[in-house]
Structure formats: structure tokens, C-alpha cells
Design a protein around this ligand. Structure first.
Ligand SMILES: [Ca+2]
Ligand SMILES: [Ca+2]
Ligand SMILES: [Ca+2]
Ligand SMILES: [Ca+2]
Length: 449
């Protein structure tokens, strides 16, 4: 029997690492396509590689499968714009709340799976290990207007309950987005582990990744970025000092701020797996203050999730009262890996990256706007050497707008033309708007001619 393109994509995914180890026969017996509108297809999968128990799945309130089947994963196959390819684009592991996005490419494929997003809280009660995976009891999928929703609900024993909804729209080439909305409620007083506040007492939402050996390329994430009030601070994660928490004092974030785990193209493990941004969009209920913490585990096994980075509840009380609730919304954006000195992460090295290096002269990792992507020689200081390195990568001086080989008044007027036209080329500061700051940024470049 001939396979459709969609089914070929599906078989390719099954044959890949994602389901490696599961007997093919049983996998096929437990794969059910339960939605297909010509743009997306949703498959319910049972995968023995998922440790948590399989759960019932409902679509629009109707049980998926034969009425007794249980599933672990909902896989979303999404048409790549401009192609007839339907690659695996989002894998939502309904049995444990982990979500794995892939990024669509112009050729109709998607990259690799790497960093996962865990879509519900985890916490540590006195005398017990951290409980990062509730017992999920059912999942519900819906397709309302253009929005695909996958919800999971469950409990942490008798202590607490949670429901988490992942919502996504048709995905674009180069970025896969979804939002997470969760509601968590304590059903009993929870005695948080003493002394662990700020150090994994209570995680709201987190990134589960892997960093084993930076030199050998064995990682799913290489750089950590924290964006506060629009200002990113981006550092290489030291892979030699382990096990350890990433911060002695978790940096505090507010609504609108984000944490990013960047991948570069030097990674040899899951090459092409995405950079993941996790942004806090809203926070209500008992948690008022949140920050970023992380942990780099001792293990060097690339199959272990050795790097976790999470939003920590900073003002968590010693005992969380029964009835306490937290409601939060996060946005996740998965994009393709980028390499220094592509400081604005748009996959080209041009005058905008050169300007970012110029704008950050003198910064070290102790400055809140340090960016390892601008510290081209990774010397822990952004200086003239880094700027010269970027100039060496450009065919023309960054102020040479007309690519004539010299920088003169023609270039200045050329930039003014961009500016007057509101062209993207005029946004030297890469912040999405064109204003006086861009004009002065161009003058900064001009002055280095
Ligand atoms: Ca760039
Ligand atoms: Ca440097
Ligand atoms: Ca010129
Ligand atoms: Ca700008």
C-alpha cells in the first residue's frame, strides 16, 4: 500500500531516535490519527519509552481509540508553509507534561528534538525527593478556530492538583511557538524543605536539557540567557563545575521577562535541535516573586537530562497553606541554533551584529547586559578585539551602506534613505523599531570607518 506524504513523515519519525527501542509492531498497533484538517494531523501514540503510565485521551470530549486504549504522546504533524511536507513539529508527552518542539525548515523537514519544556510545577516537601511529575490522569485535545489545545490534568498524590493547557497555532518556518497555562492547587499544607528556598523548593515551569561536554559538542544547550526588561544577559554555561546550582542567588524576574537556552551549530548531539525561549506572560495567586535557578547534574551521559533551568517561586513560605493556588502563563518559542557573533540571532552576520559588539564594549559577565555572542573570543571581556573579529567576517565595513569599499557621505545619505523608508535595514539596534537610537547607532558604526 502506498503511503501518503504525511504517513511517510510519520513513519520517518517513528523510525528515528524518538521511538527507538520500542518494538515497531506494538507501536503501530497503538498509533491513532484522531485529527486531520489538511494542515495538521494529530496522532495519539503509545510509546514504551515513556516511563510514566499511559493515560486516556479525549478529543472534543470523545475518547480516542477503541475505548480502552491508553496513550503517552500526542504528535502534531504540521504542513510546512509552501510545501506538501508534514513533519513532526510538536510532541506533547501527555503522560508526563513534557513538550518537545521541533523547528520547520524551508525544505519541508524539521530539525532534531533536544531541550524539552515541562509544563507544570514541581516542588520539594520536607524529607522527600522533589516531585517533578504529577500523576497525570487524562488528557484532552481540542481544535478551536485556529488554536490547537492539549490539556493534561492530574495530582501529586493527595498533596496537590494541577491542570496544564498547551495552545498552539499553525507554525511558521524557523519558529515553533506555543503557550502554557497552568493552574496548581495545594490540597494539604505542604511543608517545603527547609533551607531550599531559592534552590529548588518550588519550580513553576522549566527547561529540561543536556550539557555533558561543551568541547566535544555533547549538549542540547550551550548558553544561558536571562532577559529582564528587554535586556538580555547571556553567558556560556561552565560544564566543568558540577554538580552545582547555576546561581548562588536566583536572579529575580518579572512578568514579561524570559529565560533562554541557546544551542549553537557546533553541537554534535541532536545537531539542529532548537534554542528554547521560555517567557513568563502572567502570574496570579500565591506566588508573587519568581526568579531563575538551574542545576547542572554530575552525569555526563548524553541520554540524561543533565541541565535543568526553571522559574523558581522566590517568596514560597515554609509551609504552603491548603487551598493555595498558582495560575501562570508562559510562552515558548523554539528557533534554530545560532553561533557567535550573531548577537541578534537572525542567522546572518551583518552590521547589526557589529553594532551590538560596539554597543557592549567593556562588558564582562558581571555586567547585566553582557552577551557571550558579542564576546567573540570568549575572553570574558567585550572589547576592540571582538569588534575587529566581526569586521573580519564582513565583506564590507558595517557603515559602507552602498558596498563601495569605502565609507563616505554617500553611505550616510544611503542610511538616511533606509531610515526615511522605515526599512528593516535601518533598525541597527535590532529591537524591531526605527527611531533616533538607530540613527546614532549608525553614526557609531560610521565613526569606526
Ligand atoms: Ca545577526
Ligand atoms: Ca573578548
Ligand atoms: Ca560606501
Ligand atoms: Ca531600533
Amino acid at each position: 500500500m502506498a503511503l501518503t506524504l504525511r504517513e511517510r513523515s510519520f513513519h520517518a519519525a517513528i523510525g528515528g531516535a524518538f521511538l527507538a527501542g520500542a518494538p515497531a509492531g506494538s507501536v503501530f498497533a497503538q498509533a491513532v490519527r484522531f485529527f486531520d484538517d489538511g494542515e495538521h494531523a494529530l496522532w495519539a501514540i503509545q510509546n514504551q519509552g515513556v516511563q510514566e503510565p499511559s493515560i486516556p485521551l479525549f478529543y472534543d470530549g470523545q475518547r480516542v481509540g477503541d475505548g480502552v486504549q491508553l496513550f503517552d504522546i500526542v504528535e502534531c504533524f504540521d504542513r510546512v508553509p509552501g510545501t506538501n511536507s508534514f513533519p513532526l513539529t510538536l510532541a506533547d508527552i501527555i503522560a508526563n507534561g513534557y513538550v518537545r518542539p521541533l523547528v520547520q525548515q524551508e525544505d519541508g523537514t524539521t530539525g532534531s528534538i533536544g531541550t524539552s519544556i515541562v509544563s507544570q510545577p514541581g516542588y520539594r516537601v520536607q524529607g522527600q525527593p522533589i516531585d517533578i511529575v504529577p500523576e497525570l490522569e487524562r488528557a484532552d485535545a481540542k481544535h478551536i478556530a485556529d488554536v490547537l489545545q492539549i490539556s493534561g490534568s492530574g495530582r501529586y498524590g493527595a498533596q496537590a492538583t494541577v491542570s496544564s493547557t498547551r495552545s498552539s497555532r499553525d507554525q511558521e518556518i524557523g519558529q515553533t511557538r506555543f503557550t502554557i497555562d497552568f493552574e496548581w492547587r495545594a490540597d494539604q499544607p505542604l511543608d517545603l524543605a527547609n533551607g531550599s528556598e531559592g534552590f529548588d523548593a518550588f519550580r513553576l515551569c522549566w527547561l529540561s536539557s543536556m550539557l555533558a561536554d561543551a568541547t566535544l559538542g555533547v549538549y542540547d544547550a550551550r548558553y544561558l540567557s536571562i532577559e529582564r526588561a528587554g535586556v538580555p544577559w547571556t553567558v556560556a554555561i561552565d560544564d566543568g563545575n558540577r554538580p552545582r546550582h547555576l546561581f548562588n542567588q536566583p536572579p529575580e524576574l518579572g512578568v514579561g521577562d524570559a529565560v533562554v537556552l541557546f544551542k549553537d551549530t557546533l553541537g554534535t548531539w541532536n545537531p539542529g535541535s532548537p534554542t528554547i525561549e521560555l517567557r513568563l506572560l502572567s502570574l496570579e495567586g500565591s506566588a508573587k516573586r519568581v526568579g531563575i535557578q538551574g542545576f547542572l547534574a554530575q552525569t555526563l551521559n548524553p541520554n540524561d537530562d543533565s541541565l535543568n533551568v526553571w522559574f523558581e517561586w522566590l517568596d514560597a513560605p515554609d509551609v504552603i497553606a491548603a487551598g493555595s493556588e498558582i495560575r501562570a502563563t508562559f510562552e515558548v518559542i523554539a528557533t534554530d541554533p545560532t553561533d557567535p557573533p550573531d548577537s541578534n540571532h537572525d542567522h546572518v552576520i551583518d552590521r547589526k551584529d557589529a553594532w551590538l559588539v560596539l554597543a557592549l564594549q567593556g562588558r564582562t559577565p558581571l555586567n547585566n547586559d553582557y552577551d557571550i555572542y558579542a564576546d567573540v573570543d570568549a575572553s570574558d571581556l567585550i572589547d576592540g578585539n571582538d569588534y575587529q573579529s566581526v569586521l573580519g567576517m564582513l565583506a564590507f565595513h558595517p557603515a559602507d551602506i552602498d558596498s563601495s569599499g569605502n565609507v563616505d557621505a554617500e553611505d550616510f545619505f544611503g542610511y538616511l534613505d533606509y531610515f526615511a523608508a522605515g526599512a528593516d535595514d535601518a533598525d541597527i539596534t535590532s529591537n524591531g523599531s526605527i527611531d533616533a537610537a538607530d540613527f546614532f547607532a549608525y553614526l557609531d558604526l560610521f565613526a569606526t570607518r
